[in-house]
Write a protein that binds this ligand. Structure first.
Ligand code: RB5
Length: 151
């Protein structure tokens, strides 16, 4: 887990949960960059999704965590970025499986959907679970990339 550098971002709907996530990363000694926002004042989630995704595209960060009210807007915005596989999760099974099968590199959470306890369990699983790889999953991720390249 220590080789990870996590890009974290939120909008006003995710600000409180993001603070819990940052405290968790601090406690675990996991490196991160916080791309904002910095309060509960209304902002536009695509702006923060883009900052986080660009840091992954550039190699500055290895994975991302985005939090908005539902996690949905952040996942929509994140998945517009080439090379980004963002998963909006509300349960631990999905948070683990999206690493194992989809090689997701961004986890999106809803600050108005899940409590901090569940969210931190999802973050832990998302960060510690490796892509299973192998023929079929690698092929499917390649097909996702092929769709992206057709656009
Ligand atoms: C902001 O009110 C809310 O729309 C946003 O946080 C997010 O839930 C969008 O998907």
């Amino acid at each position: 887990m220590s080789a990870l550098k996590i890009a974290v971002g939120c909008d006003h709907g995710g600000y409180e949960l993001k603070k819990e996530i940052l405290a968790y990363l601090e406690k675990e000694g996991i490196a991160y960059t916080d791309f904002g926002c910095d309060s509960t004042e209304s902002v536009n989630y695509p702006v923060y999704a883009s900052k986080v995704c660009k840091s992954i595209q550039s190699g500055e960060c290895t994975r991302g965590i985005l939090v908005c009210g539902t996690g949905i807007g952040m996942s929509m915005a994140a998945n517009k970025h080439k090379g980004i596989r963002a998963a909006c999760c509300s349960d631990t099974f999905s948070a683990r499986m999206t690493r194992m099968h989809n090689d997701a590199n961004v986890l999106c959470l809803g600050g108005r959907v899940v409590g901090a306890g569940l969210a931190l369990d999802m973050v832990k699983l998302f960060l510690e679970t490796e892509f299973e790889g192998g023929g079929r999953h690698t092929e499917r991720v390649a097909l996702l990339e092929a769709i992206e390249n057709e656009q």
